[in-house]
Ligand binder design. Structure first.
Ligand SMILES: C[S@@+](CC[C@H](N)C(=O)[O-])C[C@H]1O[C@@H](n2cnc3c(N)ncnc32)[C@H](O)[C@@H]1O
Length: 186
């Protein structure tokens, strides 16, 4: 499987960096194919790459044939990682700013054909008949007033959900104060 960093850049470097600036603020520090990072000064460090290293072992290396849903996908970091393992991925988020980042980044990584982004409230999922082999629900649970029904309805029989309720870095006392760009949207 490919690594995100091994993919080829598209477009001149100056133009790309200007686009990254225009899309600020970034919550995901994406490593673009030319080496540009979207949030190199992120208060959590190289987020969420280091988080992915911790949790990715919970998933098969080869996700060919899998359909995955990333709830609260933000700029699409996890969608891209799953796509590189062979999955077809749908990322949903209610924030159009993050989705614009995600769509642009998908084109930079050459993954626009296998990752689809939709602007949706998580509660709209309950009205869809679609089920998935894998559902990522990372760092979103604590934003929601009524999260529990969501945990029941989107996974195929035998499918998996990767659920992180809260990353310890977000907890009071962990010095993280720069999260004014991830306001709760219930
Ligand atoms: C803390 S970020 C986590 C992003 C990503 N899942 C991660 O772990 O890096 C929470 C994300 O959930 C989205 N979100 C929050 N409430 C939502 C809702 N009710 N419906 C859809 N997306 C929501 C936010 O816009 C944001 O992108």
């Amino acid at each position: 499987m490919k690594e995100l960093q091994q993919l080829r850049p598209s477009g001149p470097a100056g133009e790309l960096q200007e686009t990254v600036r225009r899309f600020r603020p970034w919550f995901h520090n994406l490593h673009l194919p030319d080496g540009t990072e979207t949030a190199p000064d992120h208060p959590l460090g190289d987020f969420p790459s280091y988080k992915w290293r911790e949790i990715s072992a919970a998933l098969p290396e080869n996700l060919s044939g899998w359909e995955a849903l990333d709830i609260g996908c933000n700029a699409g970091f996890y969608c891209f990682e799953l796509a590189l393992r062979g999955a077809r991925v749908t990322g949903i988020d209610m924030n159009p700013h993050y989705l614009a980042q995600a769509r642009w980044a998908a084109s930079q990584f050459g993954l626009a054909d296998v990752v689809e982004f939709r602007q949706m409230q998580v509660y709209e999922l309950a009205r869809m008949n679609k089920v998935y082999d894998l559902v990522l629900f990372l760092g979103v649970f604590y934003h929601l007033r009524y999260p529990l029904p969501l945990l029941l309805c989107q996974i195929k029989g035998g499918g998996r959900m990767l659920l992180v309720i809260i990353f310890k870095e977000y907890l009071p006392g962990n010095d993280f104060q720069g999260n004014d760009f991830q306001v709760c949207q219930d």
